[in-house]
Design a protein around this ligand. Structure first.
Ligand code: ADP
Ligand code: MG
Length: 227
């Protein structure tokens, strides 16, 4: 393709991303400014607004950390990692939150010694993102299956199944667009970050969903050789 055209496309994508970031961060900042203004008028607002201010600050922090994940140089430290063990660590991390939301995690990780070549923190992050989305899709509670199995001799499959609200055809196409979120407090960066990480690891993802019934996300990652 024409070099100049490619450059201008890149610039316009950068511009869209910058506009999105500015917008996402300006909202909580505007709220914070309002609270500070009120507090400077009356001490009585402090008790009332401090917790909300803390939430807004945490939201900015989350957006920034997800953006940093996107911007990370691709040459990360790759290690040989037992995926089953990594998944178990993720489940321990997330279990307390799940219980609080009336969610039962149903792990089915029979296989052992399934190694992948990866940046373990990044791979943990994708499964945290998917399980969190599954939890958020089930405000009344429910079950989340986390299954790991060998797909063939080259690939390992992790399947995350929820019984949540599901995703429509039209919404499926929007997944991974920066800042696409249907949640009031969503950042709309989780899927984008996850797609990037999976791509970086030579893997792929498949999503199946039925509105009102639930969603299944399958991640395929290349098995590491025995060398
Ligand atoms: P966020 O979680 O901040 O909204 P994500 O990028 O993680 O951003 O997800 C984008 C959108 O994809 C969500 O707002 C939601 O509408 C949809 N989504 C993702 N996973 C699921 C799921 N398991 N069930 C239903 N909807 C989902
Ligand atoms: Mg999310």
């Amino acid at each position: 393709k024409d070099e100049l055209l490619r450059k201008s496309e890149k610039l316009s994508i950068a511009g869209q991303l910058a506009a999105g970031i500015a917008h996402e961060i300006r909202n909580p900042l505007t709220a914070l400014k309002g609270f500070v203004h009120l507090m400077s008028h009356s001490e009585s607002y402090v008790q009332r607004f401090l917790p909300i201010m803390k939430e807004e600050l945490e939201r900015i922090e989350l957006i920034i950390s997800e953006l940093l994940m996107l911007a990370k140089p691709q040459a990360t430290q790759m290690k040989r990692v037992d995926l089953g063990l990594l998944l178990k660590e993720v489940l321990v991390l997330i279990d307390a939150q799940a219980i609080l939301q009336n969610i039962v995690l149903e792990p089915n990780i029979r296989e052992s010694y399934c190694y992948i070549q990866c940046d373990p923190n990044q791979i943990k992050q994708i499964f945290i993102n998917f399980i969190k989305n599954a939890i958020e899709a089930m405000p009344q509670g429910g079950m989340i299956g986390v299954e790991m199995g060998v797909q063939d001799e080259r690939e390992i499959r992790v399947r995350i199944t929820d019984q949540g609200c599901g995703i429509s055809e039209a919404q499926l196409r929007l997944l991974g667009e920066p800042f696409y979120s249907t949640k009031e407090a969503g950042t709309g960066l989780g899927m984008l970050v996850s797609y990037k990480i999976i791509e970086h690891h030579g893997g792929r993802i498949r999503i199946e969903s039925s509105v009102g019934h639930g969603t299944t996300i399958e991640v395929f990652l290349p098995l590491a050789g025995f060398s």
